[in-house]
Ligand binder design. Structure first.
Ligand code: ATP
Length: 718
């Protein structure tokens, strides 16, 4: 569709005739429309400004920027204007719709490689342009890659979603958006040092996987878990076995994008030169291959929506239960450690069926995957393959491990709340409360601090004390699991740089075992049913039951009681109404505190992993230790004072809990913003108490580990 620069599109709603709905994002509904004076088909994105509570001038500025864009692969706005409480953004109508919709309608298993290469090349050209002009798109995903009837490809949603976050009041705008962070780069999640255009390259890599499989990696998991998995797991990629149909160059291209260190990712310009894009074809080819035979966009959208609604009805009875199970999974995913022998036995028994699970119930798979990744198994209980997947292979010399350890420490978010502040709206006071001494200005400083603060003797002394304190709990940790240092390092809790290549297999299997197309469990798609806006009211399945559930994103929901009386029916809380959201469970959930608690638990895990790595390192370098006890001691100074940290964390959690208890009770829903266009909503069904208990349990486990560490050190000294 060509732009006629002189053409001034009318800026009044009366000049447009709205037809059917052709898309729905979390922030807007998109309609096919006729621009009456020009007798031209357009698409109009209608954003409800009241719901967004956003800075109108900011949005206007962004839309202006959007209309200055001039590149054949970037969707440019014709114009925009306000109509009542809405902002209308008039755009070219892309009759093929988004790649996501096309996949959902006709290619649930993803596209063939030449199609992917063509789509991605065009998208990448758009990114090169955007980056050259100093912008970050921040919302690269299949849902934003649009195709016209002739096969031309345009990257959409540049500007609008970004402005919603950049210029608006985050505190308010956060209540407007929900979604999942599947496409979000790790550095964006961490927000430690900010992020740049390389974040788009990560999202581009995720989009490549999405186009290849029909869904983004981790899309079946709840947002918080996606965050943890993205941060802790090895990056997703194309699998050697499952993705046999794809070429080596495709796999390499994806791997180049999905590197956790943004500096190591190529620029868009460089990536465009990758030999994978030599497979790209013409846009006529695209039109022929993926658009032929498709029904008109509006119809397709209607069918998809009806399908989603049906699924919701079918799953409704099961939903609460699934929610519960899923929550349990999630808690275990965070806690990650299970020292209960009986539990371990039964879990290990389940894992034996590991290889034949590909057709199994997705919930079961999810649970088993958690086990695979999060639980320590006695080696003898595991089939050899699983054991191999779980054990980090020792390096040749141990120096690699030291390097790993250092880089692992470097990537350790010492100030978890600070690190996730951008993501989770952690208030300054929360950060201060949690980490009064963590005025860490850089990771190097953190490490130095760790080096100076720690001493081996202190660890030993404390360990001795703990021995006494915990003697009554000696049965807590099965001896045979830890004797002879038979630690099996779990999957996702380990930073990826701590893993041997073998470890990656476990993650690959995790992805492998994800059902390829699971609309009913896919939290990432924009098509999940939500209640219609009042202007276009279709009765939603959710309307008729629970009275109040007006939106569901996977297992997350918002109820009508959450909403301001003016009727933001899909996604807004009234921010001034105490953030109140009708509780959908009877749990006394503490949404404001939960992210912090969860974050603490996550850190706890990471610390544990560091200790395990240290143990391994000590084991592997015992020769060196014997030669030079002093050197070993120095290396061991790298150990974070886990027990101290544990106590600190525990004290902070108690503080938080007290603070929470002192404040007026709020209800259980919370929307957590992350990244423009990739929004995260967490509805808590976990009580503070249960998290607190979890933390205490983990603390005990840490103490046990430290004892083992000391035993190990002592043994090597002897
Ligand atoms: N110009 C267009 N022509 C045809 N379809 C469009 C057009 N713009 C958007 N769509 C369709 O509408 C859907 C929703 O668009 P929108 O930009 O609101 O959503 P999104 O990017 O998925 O969500 P979010 O608001 O979270 O960024 C798109 O996924 C696409 O299928």
């Amino acid at each position: 569709m060509d732009y006629v620069l002189e053409k001034r599109y009318p800026v009044s709603a009366k000049d447009y005739k709205l037809y059917e709905e052709i898309g729905e994002g979390v922030s807007a509904t998109v309609y096919r429309a006729l621009c009456v004076p020009f007798n031209q088909m357009v698409a109009i994105k209608v954003l409800d400004l009241e719901k967004c509570n956003n800075d109108l001038d900011g949005i206007r500025r962004e839309v202006q920027t959007m209309s200055l864009i001039d590149h054949p692969n970037v969707l440019r706005a014709h114009c925009s204007f306000t109509a009542g409480h809405s902002l209308w953004v008039v755009m070219p109508y892309m009759a093929g719709g988004s790649c996501l919709h096309i996949m959902k309608s006709a290619f649930p298993e993803g596209f063939e490689e030449p199609v992917i290469a063509t789509l991605l090349r065009e998208t990448l050209k758009a990114l090169v342009y955007i980056h050259e002009h100093g912008h970050i798109h921040r919302d690269v995903k299949a849902g934003n890659i649009l195709i016209d009837s002739d096969g031309t490809v345009k990257l959409a949603d540049f500007g609008v979603s970004a402005c919603m976050f950049d210029t608006g009041d985050r505190q308010r705008s956060r209540n407007t958006f929900v979604g999942t962070p599947c496409w979000m780069a790790p550095e964006v999640m961490q927000q430690l040092h900010g992020y740049d255009f390389k974040a788009d390259i990560w999202s581009f890599g995720i989009t490549a996987l999405e186009l290849a499989h029909g869904h983004a990696p981790f899309s079946k998991y709840p947002p918080m878990k996606v965050l943890l998995m993205t941060l802790q797991n090895a990056p997703p990629g194309l699998d050697y076995e499952r993705d046999k149909r794809f070429s080596k160059s495709f796999k390499e291209m994806v791997a180049a994008c999905l590197v956790k260190d943004p500096k190591k990712r190529p620029t868009s310009e460089k990536l465009l030169k990758h030999h994978f894009f030599k497979n790209a074809r013409s846009f006529e080819y695209l039109g022929r291959t993926i658009l032929d035979g498709l029904s008109p966009l509006g119809e397709r959208f209607k069918i998809l929506k009806a399908k989603e609604a049906d699924l919701l009805v079918q799953n409704k009875a099961l939903y609460e239960d699934k929610e519960h199970i899923s929550q349990q999974e999630y808690i275990r995913g965070i806690s990650a450690w299970n020292f209960n022998l009986e539990d371990l036995k039964s879990q290990a028994a389940l894992i034996q069926d590991y290889d034949c699970m590909s057709n199994a119930d997705p919930d079961l798979i999810g649970k088993q995957m958690d086990m695979c990744n999060n639980v320590e198994f006695p080696a003898e209980k595991l089939p050899p393959k699983s054991v191999n997947h779980s054990i980090a292979a020792p390096s040749q010399d141990g120096f690699n491990d030291l390097h790993d350890l250092k880089s692992s420490l470097a990537s350790f978010p010492i100030k978890p709340l600070q690190a996730l502040k951008g993501c989770f709206d952690v208030g300054e006071e929360d950060v201060g409360a949690i980490s009064p001494n963590w005025k860490v200005t850089s990771q190097t400083e953190c490490e130095q601090q760790a080096l100076t603060e720690l001493s081996l003797s202190a660890i030993n002394q404390e360990s001795e004390r703990n021995k006494g304190e915990n003697s009554g709990r000696s049965g807590f940790l099965p001896r045979h699991i830890i004797s002879d240092h038979k630690f099996l390092l779990g999957g996702p809790s380990l930073p990826d740089n701590a893993l041997s290549p073998k470890k990656a297999t476990c993650d690959e299997n995790r992805d492998l075992l994800q059902p390829k197309y699971q609309p009913e469990r896919n939290y990432s798609g924009p098509l999940l049913l939500r209640q219609k806006r009042d202007t276009n009211n279709l009765s939603s399945v959710e309307d008729t039951s629970e009275g109040a559930v007006v939106q569901r994103k996977g297992r997350f929901k918002v109820t009508s009681a959450d909403l301001s009386p003016k009727g933001p029916v899909n996604c807004c809380f009234n921010p001034n109404g105490g953030g109140s959201a009708s509780a959908t469970t009877s749990n006394p959930a503490a949404s404001p505190v939960l992210p912090s608690l969860q974050c603490i638990l996550q850190q706890n895990n990471l610390q544990r992993e560091e200790i395990l790595k240290l143990i391994k390192y000590v084991e592997q370098t015992s020769g060196k230790l014997l030669e030079s006890g002093e050197a070993a001691a120095n290396d061991l100074l790298l150990i974070s004072p886990t027990w101290t940290r544990e106590r600190e964390l525990q004290a902070q959690v108690i503080g938080l809990q007290q603070r929470y208890e002192e404040r007026p009770k709020t209800k259980s829903s919370e929307i957590i913003p992350c990244y423009p266009g990739m929004k995260l909503k967490l509805v808590s069904h976990v009580s503070v108490e249960s998290l607190f208990e979890e933390l205490q349990r983990q603390k005990r486990k840490n103490v046990q580990l430290e004892r083992q560490l000391n035993a190990c050190i002592n043994k090597e000294r002897e």
